[in-house]
Each structure stands twice: as C-alpha cells, then as structure tokens.
Design a binder for this molecule. Structure first.
Ligand SMILES: [Zn+2]
Length: 299
C-alpha cells in the first residue's frame, strides 16, 4: 500500500510539475525486501519490477536504473531487486527466501512530506535527463536516497546474468579457444597485471547493488602484507552459503584488485553465468561444440 501511495503522489506531482520538463518518465514503484525476488511470481510481477523506476525499501528509496545508451534496457529494475536482496543480512534472507507465511505487521516507511519532497526532487532530476547525451550516463546508474538522513548517492548497476526479465536466454556462445598466455617475465605469475583489467570497483562492491558484497574490509594489523577481504551470501541448492574473498598484496589497492578477482572466480564457480538451460549429453554427441577435457586439461 505504501508503494501505491508513493506512486500516486509522484504521478500527481509529475502531472503538476513535469509538464514543462522534457521526457520525465512515468514513475512506477515496487517494494524492496517484501517479496522473494529469487523466486519470481509470474510474468506480470517480473515485468512490473523490470520496468519500475522507483524501488521503495524500509529505509531507502532507489531511483533507476537509468542509462543513456540506446542498446536496450539492460540492466533492468529486476536486476536491482535481485542484487539488493542478496546483500541483505543472512537472517533477513532466510526469512524471505526460505521461510513461509510472511505477514506484514504495518505500513513502512511513513511517507512524510519531507520524504516525498526529497524523492520527487531526486526523481525530477534524474528521470528528466535527456537520453543519449553520453558522459556518465553511458553506464547504468541507481540513485539511492537514505530515508533517515536524506543522504543521496549514485551507484553503478551491472546486469545480473540470471535475471528472469532481461538476461539473454540464447545458448551460451562458444568460448573454446584458449590462446597462449606467456609469462611477462621470470618473476611474473600472471599473463596480465591486475591493474590492466580496470575492474569496475564500485559495481563489484557497494551497499545497494554490489555483485560481491556491501563493502570490503582492510586488515590493518597484518605485519607482512596489506590484506583486503569481503563476503557475500549466495543461495545454494538447499540453503544460503557464504562466499568469502580476499587478496594479499603490498598495498591495499593491490590487495583489493586481487580480492575482487578471487571473488569473481568463486562467483563463477558457484552460480551459472548464463540463463540458457545447460546442455547435458555424452561427449561423443556434442564433440563439435564441447571441450575435450582430456586434450585441454590433462596433457
Ligand atoms: Zn534484469
């Protein structure tokens, strides 16, 4: 009910204020943290979250994702909802994802005039921007308003590869070609430096829609290296499983890059990276498309 009330108020203000502005998108509001996004409830529900422009949580209001690129809608609002849920506390996720019979005990948050004004002004600012202007809008962004402090932050969002609304469901492209990766030097152990990868730090770790967690942590007491570590919780077959990652280099910046790579490696090992159904068959039947493990890995 709060989401409907917020949408009605934003729609009313758009009709009053927005007429003089160019292309202010119609506000559509969904809730964060009330439904299990990992178990989509019907096509209508998926579509509504995919197209939502305002995401109402108990203590935050997230607006977006918006981008100026014309290459499609990715990432979508469903991607945002999924990432938000994965970053909730473990007890909260257990209730939402593994529990049953959840009931709301009241209406929250309270839509005070102050909060409504803040949400509307933020929406007016970011949803009224002309598209296709380049600059920072080339990426997909989410603007997050803290309901208690009214602090506003802009965070990048990366599409979720398993999103039921926008993920590519075609068969995964073949990636069987493994080119040579010679050592760069006698004392180098990687074909490329971590720095050359230009990892999207803020997309990987942020408190709203990070892929690998809400934040990274520095271990300042180590006498030898400058360790960085973090964690995120993934849903396994039967329960929630913790995925930790860490890196140990001679600076916190170097350690953070190594830690992100370990996190991505483990993420790729624990979750499918494509929404297409896996192909299960004898090797002889799919030899033209499959990697011969004996040839590639055992010789
Ligand atoms: Zn999506």
């Amino acid at each position: 009910m709060v989401a409907q009330a917020l949408e009605a108020e934003l729609t009313r203000r758009r009709a009053l204020d927005g007429n003089e502005r160019v292309a202010i998108r119609p506000p559509t509001v969904v809730t964060l943290g009330a439904d299990n996004v990992e178990a989509p409830a019907g096509e209508d529900g998926v579509r509504a979250r995919r197209d939502a422009t305002v995401h109402l949580g108990s203590s935050v209001v997230a607006i977006g994702p918006f981008t100026s690129t014309s290459t499609g809608a990715r990432p979508c609002g469903y991607c945002l909802g999924a990432r938000w849920q994965r970053l909730r506390a473990q007890f909260e996720r257990q209730a939402i994802e593994l529990g049953s019979g959840l009931q709301s005990t009241g209406e929250w948050p309270i839509l005070t005039g102050n909060l409504l004004d803040s949400v509307w002004q933020l929406y007016l600012e970011v949803a009224g921007r002309p598209s296709g202007t380049g600059g920072v809008m080339e990426e997909a962004w989410v603007w997050v308003l803290d309901g208690q402090t009214l602090l506003t932050r802009r965070l990048p969002l990366v599409a979720d590869p398993l999103c039921p609304a926008c993920a590519d469901q075609r068969p995964e492209p073949l990636t069987a070609e493994l080119p040579p990766a010679p050592k760069r030097g006698d004392d180098e152990y990687r074909a490329r430096s971590v720095e050359s990868l230009a990892l999207p730090d803020r997309s990987l770790v942020n408190p709203v829609c990070g892929i690998l967690g809400r934040s990274s942590f520095l271990s300042v007491t180590s006498p030898t290296t400058a360790p960085v570590h973090g964690r995120v919780v993934f849903k396994g077959y039967h329960r929630l499983a913790e995925l930790t990652w860490s890196g140990q280099g001679n600076s916190f910046a170097a350690s953070r890059g190594l830690a992100y790579l370990e996190g991505l490696e483990r993420y790729a090992g624990i979750a499918r990276r494509h929404r297409a159904e896996p192909l299960i068959a004898a090797y002889e039947d799919v030899a033209d498309r499959a990697i011969d493990r004996e040839v590639r890995f055992l010789r």
